[in-house]
Write a protein that binds this ligand. Structure first.
Ligand code: FE2
Ligand code: FE2
Length: 289
């Protein structure tokens, strides 16, 4: 199965920029690209920081932009959001029994668990006891169903090497204990850092989604002691899941890099090589070879 992801959209009320960027237009371009090229995705997760300041006017704007998007949406909130304003704007979005914006997508290829790490008045993320208990129960559900689970947070529980590590999921140790208690956790996904990274944490693979807003460059701390933030490319993410593997593709929907001239590649030869499964003798014998 395929799912797609969009993260850190930072929508502001109509007509306003966010950090000098038109975040509404960037989200529109991301969604148009996904609708055109990935409409076979089972769901699209929006991994938090939907709005820049969590205000009702921004959520109205966000609702207008996502209206009519053909892929089923799973919406999470981040530190820039506001849980009550979000719930007022999107009353049909699922929440858990305690009102946290947490839900599960049950798929033939496993359970996809979307967590709410928003904590009012904080930039770092929190998973309180009630949220952790919910996560533990959902992982138990997946275990009983005999399938794997992918777990999504806005705030990564792992460190990515920059100053933002101070603003990650503060309850990372408790989160790690819950995840480690289940042997069927296949992958962690997160947003928040506006920078693509992947690795393992406590033996669990993770990937951080790039943002549709600006993305941070390297070095993680620039010469002036601050992050370097870039207008492009911006990213959505395409993830392919089957019982054997999970593959995460960064999708540079906003990419102003020039393409390498197609004339530099002999496509007839490449097609023949692929048809032969990589056997070079197959293209030596063709006219193209
Ligand atoms: Fe963000
Ligand atoms: Fe964030």
């Amino acid at each position: 199965m395929k799912f797609v992801a969009v993260s850190d959209t930072h929508i502001v009320p109509k007509g306003q920029p966010s950090r000098g960027l038109d975040t509404a237009e960037r989200l529109r371009l991301a969604l148009a690209d996904l609708a055109e090229n990935h409409s076979d995705a089972e769901f699209c997760v929006m991994c938090g920081d939907l709005a820049d300041h969590g205000d009702p006017a921004a959520y109205d704007h966000f609702a207008e932009i996502i209206d009519g998007f053909p892929i089923p949406l799973k919406i999470m909130i981040g530190n820039h959001d506001h849980r009550e304003n979000f719930r007022t704007a999107f009353p049909r979005m699922p929440v858990d029994g305690n009102g946290f914006v947490q839900s599960v997508h049950v798929s033939e290829h496993g359970h996809f668990i979307f967590c709410d790490s928003y904590e009012a008045g904080r930039v770092d993320g929190r998973m309180c006891e009630r949220r952790l208990a919910w996560l533990d129960d959902r992982l138990t559900d997946a275990g009983r169903a005999g399938v794997g689970a992918c777990v999504f947070f806005h705030h990564p529980p792992y460190r990515t090497g920059g100053r933002i590590d101070a603003l990650r999921l503060t309850d990372h140790a408790a989160v790690g204990e819950v995840l480690s208690a289940h042997d069927h956790v296949r992958h962690i996904f997160a947003g928040h850092t506006h920078r693509i990274a992947s690795g393992t944490w406590r033996g669990i693979p993770f990937a951080t989604f790039g943002a549709t807003h600006y993305n941070n460059g390297l070095p993680l701390v620039g010469p002036a002691g601050h992050l370097r933030r870039f207008v492009s490319p911006a990213y959505s993410t395409v993830v392919l899941v089957d019982d054997e593997q999970i593959v995460v593709h960064a999708n540079e929907f906003l990419n102003d890099n020039p393409e390498v001239d197609a004339a530099h590649f002999d496509h007839e030869k490449i097609d023949a090589l692929i048809a032969a499964g990589g056997d070079i003798s197959a293209i030596r014998d063709t006219a193209a070879g």
